[in-house]
Write a new protein. Structure first.
Length: 573
């Protein structure tokens, strides 16, 4: 019963972002997190000279003061930590201050990180151009009203760091050192490829780009930005508006049942593998002097410490095959209950291959993932190591792209999502009503690999290229003019159609490449038949000279540029 009540209370706390702001409610939320609270009713605001009520929320390390002009209106928020300087700092470390030395040992570059106490940046003490605390501004924006918004989440983030810190230790400072360590990893990549904007922005770097606080989502903490959609468009009354969606992961400290680990010390034993300008993989070790990474020299995994672990929280759920999560060694993870693509992936789990059809757009897209159909909407993973972030990000990028391709189609008001096999069987019955059931099934099996009735059956063992495919199409069209039965036997396509099939996840590759085939035809009747792979969110085209001049190449290039199958199909010819 006690466990049930605790879980119910946690769910209620998480839902509290939808509640209206009130002094009493915020005090109760703080008390639920086992923080001390005190209300002072005799405080005068030094700037406005108004009398305010001050709610003080205190842990062993952190203090939050919130001033209320009335029970529902916040005028000021102050955040303090006994172990952090309040002096203004920039939002990033410089190479000169962050790195002590860089040396070469055989084929490995060894970088030593500087963890001196007088030289650190924290999400708590970052200040903006007006010398105002970014963290305090975020908390005040949370409480601008009328709802609590992200304030409960931010308070819980701070409370976990405070409550789970070891005696005499400080997990806030330890998280600051993790941030510096990861920032140094990113610095090395930027030095190797100084002209590569995708590396600098975190779009393709091995750990993304470090962020202290997220001013867009109004969340506190340490973040890694690792992806931004390119050219997704939204129609308005007057024009097309480009709407980018950014993906970040938040590094959080949470309570754990397993043994504590010193993430930073363990990271020195791992190799980081950035790539140079020739795309050659290099070996780097990021290390530091003994125990310099431990605030006050206090161990973060001592026998008397509370159990904790590092969690990587995604700001948007990402559908990943369970095989990848298991392969990468993530034993603990969380999933979303509801997502924009829930219906699509629920039916993929059920059928393996689905059709997305729209009458208003006169199109059909078939998505075939049946080789890896157990997809889960990942929202967070507990990290076994810092290096595991670098192993996870390539798969996240690849599968974000996969979801982005079909999002616009799935969001059409009249989009119908069905079992692809059932759709093909129905089409065959409509076209060949005289065929017996066994014949329909056999014909359906023949057309499955070609994705559309009217596209000629290709021998998978023959060396058929795209140019031959085009020639065969022309020959078929000429034959149709003289063939009396052709109209009944071979229906002409009524709409653009594309079949996108995930053929394999290359578990032998370091970045777990996704190998796709694409087939179908455009509205003009031009066939599409080709393959490509995704590697760390980038398209790798098939090495086929014949495809270089084909409609297929143009189609894949357009998909790479727009990341939107609907947009490509509407503009292709």
């Amino acid at each position: 019963m006690a466990s049930y009540l605790h879980e119910s209370s946690k769910l209620l706390y998480d839902y509290s972002e939808n509640f209206n702001i009130s002094l009493d409610l915020i005090q109760r939320l703080a008390q639920f997190l086992k923080l001390d609270t005190f209300i002072d009713s005799e405080v005068q605001d030094p700037q406005t000279k108004q009398s305010v009520k001050r709610l003080s929320i205190a842990g062993s390390l952190l203090l939050v003061d919130i001033d209320f002009i009335d029970s529902h209106t916040v005028t000021k928020v102050a955040l303090a930590s006994g172990n952090h300087s309040t002096s203004a700092v920039s939002s990033a470390h410089s190479e000169e201050n962050a790195v002590i030395s860089t040396t070469k040992v055989d084929d490995t570059t060894v970088v030593r990180v500087n963890f001196l106490e007088a030289n650190f940046v924290s999400f708590l003490n970052i200040r903006n151009d007006n010398d105002a605390s970014v963290a305090e501004n975020i908390l005040k924006e949370n409480l601008r009203g009328p709802k609590l918004g992200k304030f409960p989440s931010n308070l819980k983030y701070l409370a976990n760091l405070d409550r789970l810190s070891p005696p005499e230790g400080d997990l806030v400072l330890y998280l600051d050192n993790i941030a510096k360590y990861l920032e140094v990893v990113h610095m090395q990549e930027c030095k190797l490829r100084p002209e590569d904007e995708d590396i600098r922005s975190g779009q393709s770097s091995i750990i993304g780009k470090l962020m202290y606080n997220d001013t867009q989502s109004l969340e506190l903490g340490v973040f890694l930005q690792f992806w931004k959609t390119k050219n997704r468009t939204k129609s308005s009354q007057y024009n097309e508006v480009i709407e980018h969606q950014t993906y970040v992961g938040r590094l959080s400290v949470i309570e754990s049942e397993g043994p504590n680990r010193d993430y930073l010390k363990e990271a020195t034993k791992s190799l980081w593998e950035p790539r140079d300008q020739e795309n050659a993989s290099l070996e780097y070790k990021i290390t530091f002097d003994d125990e310099k990474h431990l605030p006050k020299g206090v161990s973060v995994c001592g026998p008397n410490n509370k159990q904790w672990e590092l969690q990587f929280n995604l700001n948007h759920p990402v559908y990943l095959p369970r095989e990848i999560i298991d392969y990468l060694g993530f034993d603990k993870y969380e999933v979303a209950n509801d997502t924009d693509l829930k219906e699509v992936f629920d039916k993929i789990i059920e059928f393996g291959s689905v059709d997305l059809m729209s009458e208003s757009k006169n199109l059909r897209v078939q998505l075939d993932l049946k080789g890896f159909s157990d997809y889960i909407p990942l929202t967070s993973v507990s990290l076994p190591s810092l290096n595991s972030i670098a192993k996870l990000l390539p798969s996240l990028r690849n599968h974000i792209l996969l979801s982005t391709w079909i999002t616009e189609i799935a969001e059409l008001p009249d989009c119908c999502i069905t079992d692809a096999t059932e759709t093909e069987a129905k089409k065959q019955k409509d076209v060949h009503p005289e065929l017996a059931e066994e014949e329909v099934l056999r014909l359906n099996a023949m057309t499955e690999s070609n994705a559309y009735v009217g596209v000629q059956v290709l021998d998978s063992n023959a060396n058929t290229d795209v140019e031959d495919f085009f020639k065969q199409e022309d020959e078929d069209e000429n034959m149709d003019k003289d063939n009396i039965e052709s109209e009944a036997a071979t229906p002409q396509p009524q709409a653009p159609f594309v079949k996108l099939q995930l053929n394999d996840i290359d578990f032998s590759s370091r970045l777990l490449d996704l190998q796709f085939s694409i087939s179908g035809r455009m509205e003009s009747g031009s066939p599409i038949e080709g393959s490509f792979k995704l590697q760390n969110g980038a398209f790798i085209k098939a090495e086929d000279d014949k495809m270089e001049v084909s409609k297929t190449k143009s189609f894949i290039d357009a998909l790479e540029l727009s990341e939107d199958l609907l947009q490509v199909l509407e503009n292709a010819n």
